[in-house]
Structure formats: structure tokens, C-alpha cells
Design a protein around this ligand. Structure first.
Ligand code: SF4
Length: 246
């Protein structure tokens, strides 16, 4: 059984093609900008059998690899953080792989265990969320260190399998030029990094904080302007071939 927050049947942003996106419940980070704070507590969500998820994949199969929509879609596991449901998730990924579906995982990559590495190995594409390149800023933003995240990036590249980096641009929190430059330089050396995606900060999730009676730490932060976004894109663009603004 997996603890699931929600499922999107025709996702188009979480990897190539059309995807079944399973948002898993529970996260070990507490990001100041998290727009789905309801996915964080591991105690919430609903239990779902792996066979049920596989059935959903089979139903969507015509849109992934057959028929008129040969677009390379498949399964994406996201969250919350998939890495906290290691053993059950391994079962789902193994069953998915046996059926030949493409697998993507969107993860904060903050784990170093052998079981987590196994998850990465089972995944055709890993989307790693690198929240901040600087340790102190990362701690302030997420409540956790970025050391394991950086180690996972290296592990993935050493495995010679593709990955993307996702970066949320939050004015005043993640846009310090010095660290963007350092991050670009650092990522440049990874041959299997296919793209970096910039996700401009937005305020669409704020109402959830009110509903959950949680304090929202970014009350005074404004969404980035086109100029600010382009500036960050240009900095990363000096080091990386493919930088996409989402
Ligand atoms: S890692 Fe993702 S789900 Fe977890 S707190 Fe951060 S933004 Fe939210």
C-alpha cells in the first residue's frame, strides 16, 4: 500500500509525453514556498494498492506507447516526497518497469540509503529539486541540509542515466547571483543533466495555509518579474545548454 495524496491522469509537465502522475503523501522537508502543504504530513492521504495504480497505468497505455499518441509518456511519482515511502514505492516501480512503462520521479533527493539509490536506478528520468545551492540558505528555506541532494545529483550522473534539475525562483530567497553562478558552474560538469527548469514562484497555494491554519513565511514576497526571470535564465544559460522557464 502506498499513501497517496492525489492522482493526475493526464499530466503534461512531470516528464516527457502524457503521464499518470501519482502525488505521494508525506515529505521530510518544510519548504517556505511549498504550494501543497497538505502533502507534508505523513499521517494524511489515502492508502492505495499498487495493483490499483498499475490498473490506471494499463488504462492509459494507449496514450503512452500505442495508438496515435506515441509520445513517450508513462508514470511519474511526485509528492510530497516519494523517497519517504521507499519499500512500497520500489514495489510499484518494479511492477511498472516489468510492464515496460517509462518511469519518472520528482524528488527532493535528500536521501543516501541503498534503498533510495535503488529507487533512482529503477527510474528512467529523475527530476531533482535543488532548492538552493548554499547550505545555509537551503536550511532556512527547507529546514534541511542540501548535502544529500548534491550527493544524489552526483550519484545519478555517475549512474549514466538522465536527470533534470528543478529550481524555484523566489525573489529575495533563491535569486542571489553569487549562488546562481556557483550552481551553474557546479551543474555544468554533469553530462547526464538534460535540462534545468526554472519555476517562477507563485502564490496559488497561499489559501491552503489559511485553511490549515499554518503560518505562511513568504507573505511579503512578490512573484518575479519577467526581467528577474530572464536574468536568472541568462546566468544558468552561461553554463547549461537547456534552461527552460515553466
Ligand atoms: S519538498 Fe516539495 S512537497 Fe516537500 S515541502 Fe518542499 S515543496 Fe513541499
Amino acid at each position: 500500500m502506498l499513501k497517496v495524496h492525489s492522482i493526475e491522469t493526464f499530466g503534461t509537465h512531470e516528464g516527457p509525453g502524457i503521464r499518470l502522475v501519482v502525488f505521494l503523501q508525506g515529505c521530510n522537508f518544510n519548504c517556505a514556498y511549498c504550494h501543497n502543504p497538505d502533502t507534508i504530513p505523513a499521517t494524511k492521504g489515502k492508502e492505495m494498492k499498487i495493483s490499483k495504480i498499475i490498473n490506471l497505468l494499463e488504462e492509459q497505455k494507449p496514450y503512452f506507447i500505442e495508438g496515435d499518441f506515441k509520445n513517450g509518456g508513462g508514470l511519474t511519482v511526485s509528492g510530497g516526497e516519494p523517497g519517504i515511502q521507499l519499500s512500497e514505492l520500489q514495489k510499484l516501480l518494479k511492477a511498472t518497469k516489468r510492464r515496460g512503462f517509462h518511469i519518472a520521479m520528482d524528488t527532493n533527493a535528500s536521501f543516501t540509503s541503498t534503498a533510495y539509490k535503488k529507487l533512482l536506478d529503477l527510474t528512467d528520468l529523475v527530476i531533482i529539486d535543488l532548492k538552493h545551492f548554499d547550505e545555509t540558505h537551503h536550511l532556512k528555506l527547507t529546514g534541511k541540509s542540501n548535502k544529500n541532494v548534491l550527493a544524489s545529483i552526483k550519484y545519478r550522473n555517475d549512474s549514466k542515466k538522465p536527470f533534470w534539475i528543478r529550481f524555484v525562483l523566489v525573489p529575495g530567497w533563491t535569486d542571489q547571483e553569487e549562488y546562481l553562478e556557483k550552481m551553474g558552474k557546479y551543474l555544468k560538469k554533469f553530462k547526464y543533466l538534460e535540462r534545468l527548469e526554472i519555476l517562477p514562484y507563485h502564490t496559488l497555494g497561499i489559501h491552503k495555509y489559511k485553511e490549515l491554519r499554518l503560518d505562511y513565511r513568504l507573505k511579503d514576497v512578490k512573484i518575479p518579474s519577467v526581467k528577474q526571470i530572464n536574468k536568472v535564465k541568462n546566468i544558468f544559460g552561461k553554463y547549461l545548454k537547456t534552461v527552460i522557464v515553466r
